[in-house]
Design a protein. Structure first.
Length: 354
């Protein structure tokens, strides 16, 4: 693994000045080895930048260009702080290099944002941070709702199939591939996702509910610099349910969720009001994100991020799934006979979730 990282760093050094009009006196440092490989480039007499090697096969060229186009629109239409994308010598945002293994990959360069990630916030600071994150998210959603739809941005869809990976078409694969799952845990999540699909189909994909989202807006993608929150990493951005971004914000939390959700909503509603239906589905979207993340962990086990996730994450997800099923199948027990389900069948289903 270390040999691979060192080889990629050499690729960056060999290609940087061929592709970009930068200061010749520079240093390269690996920042992150995950879906993409991220390097920080520091110069003697210029501001630092970040070079990203885009993971092959995750996005095609049109989708990569769509990410940059949306970032440009956000710069233009909102006051949300995010990186600036630099053009190469040929005037294009995306450049191609051939790695040490002979593979052709796309790279892009953005401004380096000074500050620190908000990933370790606790107590009152966490509440304040979630309010700020909710407000930022609402600004992104308002831009998405109101943007000129005749300007086509091509990105993938975080729709029902791609979230759960039922037909081998999940963006991150399927939660079913998470190796640590027991048969009982598998059964619980299968029931849980089945109910979720029904609810999402009923919820719908109107312009007020579904559009361009960041899709990974958690605190490690928020950089605070002297009180100003800046967002990064639009690699997973695409078309999805707006409330899915709420799930992304809270995916790693399990305690005091009602309080944390309330903080995010307070910040969000400073910009955009949520419907009663949106608020009702908040616990579902938090759990949905946790389940979807199991697919990511299964397919990215060699990444730095995946190595920090322990067994507790799965245990908490299963506990949350049980509680969510209980809360969202009681109506079937009460009204099952009238709905054609049958009281006895519905009751047994509920009891099996305990």
């Amino acid at each position: 693994m270390n040999d691979t990282r060192q080889a990629l760093e050499k690729d960056v050094r060999d290609n940087l000045l061929l592709l970009y009009d930068f200061d010749k006196d520079y240093d390269v440092k690996l920042l992150k080895y995950s879906e993409n490989v991220i390097f920080k480039i520091t110069f003697k007499e210029a501001f630092p930048v970040v070079l990203r090697i885009h993971r092959p096969g995750y996005h095609n060229i049109e989708e990569l260009e769509g990410e940059i186009l949306w970032m440009d629109e956000i710069h233009r239409d909102t006051d949300v702080e995010l990186p600036v994308v630099y053009r190469g010598r040929d005037g294009r945002f995306l450049q191609k290099i051939t790695t040490f293994s002979g593979e052709e990959v796309y790279v892009s360069v953005i401004s380096f944002l000074e500050g620190s990630p908000l990933g370790e916030l606790k107590d009152d600071e966490l509440i304040k941070g979630l309010e700020s994150l909710g407000e930022i998210t609402a600004k992104l959603h308002m831009q998405s709702i109101n943007r000129d739809k005749s300007v086509v941005i091509k990105r993938f869809y975080w729709d029902i199939n791609n979230l759960f990976g039922d037909n081998n078409d999940g963006i991150w694969g399927s939660w079913r591939d998470y190796k640590a799952l027991t048969k009982e845990q598998y059964r619980i999540l299968e029931k849980c996702t089945s109910v979720m699909k029904d609810k999402l189909n009923h919820y719908g994909r109107s312009n007020e509910k579904f559009g361009l989202i960041h899709a990974d807006l958690h605190f490690y993608n928020v950089i605070n610099n002297n009180g100003v929150n800046q967002i990064i990493d639009f690699d997973d951005s695409g078309y999805g349910f707006y409330m899915y971004d709420m799930g992304c914000a809270l995916v790693t939390y399990s305690g005091n969720l009602t309080k944390l959700e309330g903080a995010w909503v307070r910040g969000y509603e400073k910009v955009r009001k949520l419907s009663d239906e949106d608020k009702k589905f908040i616990p579902m979207f938090v759990l949905l994100r946790r389940i979807t993340r199991l697919a990511w962990l299964a397919t990215h086990s060699d990444s730095d991020t995946a190595k920090t996730v322990d067994d507790e994450y799965l245990d908490v997800t299963i506990d949350m799934a049980k509680e969510w099923l209980k809360a969202n199948t009681r109506v079937a027990v009460i009204t099952g006979a009238a709905g054609g389900i049958g009281y006895g069948i519905a009751k047994k289903f509920l009891e099996s979730c305990k």
